[in-house]
Design a protein around this ligand. Structure first.
Ligand code: SAH
Ligand code: SF4
Ligand code: F3S
Length: 440
């Protein structure tokens, strides 16, 4: 067997793609290793959401390129969003790369791999995805408890700051039968959690032109499958969350009461500049509606600090939103200009770096404050958790679990193991996690 090392940057969609790449290549004589220097084939699956993640990809390639001097047989490949975006230009910066492939053609790898084994140098980027049944290919999943299923890929929203519509293309939903088959396989293999993935997961089915195919109905179908497991879905676009979806989450006992709904900014004018299709008020109403329906629900978000033209007052609306909405956790980032995007061309409105980082620091401070408050709300409550892994310190085993509402919960219970469900009464809250005791 040859040895394959994959480094994955970016979102869960990329992590899921890497599991599929490892699966495909395992059928062509490649076994995955965690040790970079042992590899015959190095692949970096890249993310271009911000400049920092793009730079990370090229700096890693630089390190790998040097290895070729001592090991000329070594093959290097780059895929993912930077590859899809930069195409042949990858080679201008990293001429030693053997294979550039994109987000649309991982299922072409069987042919591509043969070509690079014949010492060809290839740049295989497609503008349209290869159509296939993904279940025909093997997947080597990294985790033993949670399994990802991509259900819709691409994005039609064109938020003015975001490169994703350019790197992932337009929205494409997988057929429900294909998804249900993958879910059945996952459950048979013993996984306890299924996370449905999409850049915009609640757009699921719109492109299939059958009004019965929606995320809500997909959840209902998956909920009917036999076995003890739970279901999550990410990421939701605020104005695409329908009442029917909220009803489905309520009806389906296996579906976690958890919503990740990026708000991006707490100011309606900035939201408009971002081409987000909702106002601050509409976002507030969605949060209120969800909180009324589910007592233990958590709602998490993403925010950008320092979007072009953002004033101090507009930024403060973001801080206020985080606090007023009692958001349970938020991913935060300073605005980073991206190629092809509208906001990337608003150079006259760019916010100076020092102001962006100062705003980001305040945003992070507010995030820590509201997260702790959110966690403290759960003291005395009992949460259903799934044990993801365990750590041992001085002979004491701590079980690290995640509650249905996505909170991280640490506890000890010698009768439980990884992959078990448990009920835990929360006794202590910290900023990023909860502690508790098992209850019957
Ligand atoms: N589809 C999801 C987000 C996918 S990208 C949604 O609609 O919300 C993940 C996050 O990266 C975004 O939520 C945004 O907060 C952040 N992001 C995207 N482009 C960015 C940029 N140019 N600069 C800084 N953060 C960005
Ligand atoms: Fe990017 Fe907006 Fe699409 Fe999310 S909805 S992936 S932020 S363009
Ligand atoms: Fe990054 Fe591409 Fe995901 S840009 S966030 S890896 S879709």
């Amino acid at each position: 067997m040859k040895k394959l090392y994959i480094e994955t940057l970016g979102c869960q969609m990329n992590k899921s793609d890497s599991e599929r790449i490892a699966g495909i290549l395992s059928q062509f004589g490649y076994e995955e290793t965690q040790i970079e220097k042992d590899a015959d084939l190095l692949i970096i699956n890249t993310c271009s959401i911000r400049q920092l993640s793009t730079d990370k990809a090229y700096s890693k390639l630089g390190v790998w390129g040097k290895r070729k001097k001592t090991n000329p047989a070594l093959k290097i490949a780059i895929c993912g969003c930077v590859a899809q975006q930069d195409k042949e230009k990858v080679r201008q910066r990293a001429p030693y790369v053997d294979l550039v492939f994109g987000t649309h053609n991982i299922y072409e790898l069987p042919e591509l791999i043969k070509q690079i084994e014949n010492d060809e140098k290839i740049c295989a980027i497609r503008n349209k995805p290869v159509v296939c049944n993904q279940n025909d290919f093997k997947i080597i999943r990294k985790d033993s408890v949670n399994a990802w299923i991509p259900i819709i890929e691409g994005c039609n929203n064109f938020c003015t700051y975001c490169v994703v519509p350019f790197t992932r293309g337009r929205e494409r939903s997988r057929h429900p039968e294909e998804i249900i088959q993958e879910a059945k396989n996952i459950i048979n293999e013993g996984f306890k959690e299924i996370t449905l993935l999409g850049q915009n997961v609640d757009s699921y089915g719109k492109d299939l032109k059958n009004e019965k195919i929606t995320l809500a109905n997909l959840l209902r179908e998956l909920n009917k499958l036999q076995g003890e497991f739970r279901i999550r879905f990410v990421t939701s676009y605020p104005s695409d969350i329908t009442d029917d979806l909220i009803n489905a989450v309520e009806e389906c006992d296996k579906v976690c009461k958890y919503f990740h709904i990026p708000m991006q900014s707490g100011n309606s004018h900035i939201l408009e500049e971002m081409n987000r299709h909702y106002t601050k008020q509409q976002y507030y109403e969605i949060v209120k509606k969800i909180r009324q329906r589910f007592p233990l629900v958590t709602i998490t978000s993403d925010f950008i600090a320092g979007f072009p033209g953002e004033t101090e007052e507009e930024f403060q609306d973001t801080l206020n939103a985080m606090e007023e909405l009692e958001l349970d956790y938020s991913n935060t980032a300073a605005y980073s200009p991206r190629v092809f995007t509208k906001a990337g061309k608003m150079t006259d409105k760019f916010i100076p770096e020092n102001i962006k980082s100062e705003r980001l620091e305040r945003l992070n401070e507010k995030n820590r404050e509201v997260c702790l408050k959110s966690n403290e709300k759960f003291i005395g409550k009992t949460l259903k958790v799934l044990i993801e892994n365990q750590t041992e310190k001085e002979g004491v085993i701590t079980l690290n679990s995640r509650a249905d509402n996505n909170k991280i919960v640490h506890f000890s219970d010698s009768s439980k193991k990884i992959g078990d469900f448990a009920k835990v009464k929360i006794t202590k809250a910290q900023t990023w996690c909860l502690y508790g005791e098992p209850v019957e």
